[in-house]
Design a protein around this ligand. Structure first.
Ligand SMILES: Cc1cc2nc3c(=O)[nH]c(=O)nc-3n(C[C@H](O)[C@H](O)[C@H](O)COP(=O)(O)O)c2cc1C
Length: 264
């Protein structure tokens, strides 16, 4: 089997953990947040994978930009989306969209894992129900598929299509802009700068020991909110179910997320 590469994007570690489990020992893992800083993106490998979170039933905007602006010279191109509750039939829909732009997807699957969308879910509850999702079994199955270079696009269940269509009629606006504040910072903030180090878009500067946001390159990933050691970052407009619970995949360290996302 030839050389292979996995590109990942992660805010709270689920997709990094998935990429590690799918790739196994010695697999080359590459951070999309870091690669996006390069203008010439040509990649050649026998197999190329994209392992990323699902945002609003689609690929994150930064991941779409990464794929659209890159050349993948490979005989096996695959995508795995990690998600928490509903995948909205993403595999069929996004594969078809990529095919329409001349990009062939050989394999697309999804893995259900903890949902880090803290504006709607209580993270303590997500951690509690995690064992019911059998994440490692799912990842082992995906890994076996990919090792066998299986051709498969996960079928979209009617229930998921309905869920997606219903959501699209009344979407949340989860893409922050500079028109209105998306996050607010409470007095618990100690100015440690963790938020700025985990941000994949380089959006946060610490000025006089306080984070200042410029949302221009914000990926809408919630990484800053989850990584704050004081839980001092909260949504400005959502009344979240549990502002005292934050999430990081238990197999991933803060240092891993900083390494994936920080400006170097
Ligand atoms: C902005 C945003 C939108 C999301 N939308 C969905 C969704 O539509 N359906 C779903 O099941 N999970 C959704 N999630 C949950 C993530 O897809 C899931 O927790 C993912 O595993 C996070 O990956 P990460 O830890 O690598 O960042 C969303 C998360 C964020 C931050």
């Amino acid at each position: 089997m030839g050389h292979s590469r996995i590109f990942y994007f992660t805010a709270t570690g689920n997709s990094l953990y998935a990429a590690r489990q799918i790739g196994g020992e010695g697999e080359e893992l590459v951070s999309i947040a870091q690669e996006l800083r390069k203008t010439d993106r040509y990649y050649m490998a026998e197999a190329i994978g994209i392992v990323v979170p699902l945002y609003e039933f689609d690929l994150p905007r930064v991941v779409r930009e990464f794929i659209e602006g890159s050349t993948f010279d490979t005989s096996y191109f695959y995508i795995v989306s990690t998600y928490g509750m509903h995948n909205g039939g993403i595999a069929q829909r996004v594969s078809a969209r990529l095919e329409a732009t001349g990009r062939h997807v050989d394999y697309y699957n999804t893995v259900i894992i903890a949902d880090n969308a803290a504006q709607v879910f209580d993270m303590a509850e997500q951690i509690r129900i995690d064992p019911e999702k059998h994440v490692d079994e799912q990842l082992a199955a995906v890994r076996a598929d990919i090792e066998a270079r299986k051709h498969y696009i996960q079928p979209a269940l009617q229930e998921e299509i309905d869920f997606y269509e219903g959501y699209m009629k009344h979407p949340f606006n989860l893409q922050p802009t500079n028109d209105e504040p998306f996050y607010r910072v409470t007095d618990e903030c100690i100015g440690c700068g963790t938020c700025s180090r985990v941000c994949p878009g380089g959006c946060i500067r610490i000025v006089d020991t306080r984070p200042i946001y410029d949302y221009t390159n914000c990926a809408g990933c919630f990484g800053c909110l989850h990584a704050c050691p004081k839980k001092a970052i909260q949504y400005a407009t959502f009344d979240e179910p549990n502002p005292n619970a934050r999430y990081r995949n238990p197999h991933v360290t803060l240092a891993d997320i900083v390494q994936a996302n920080s400006q170097r």
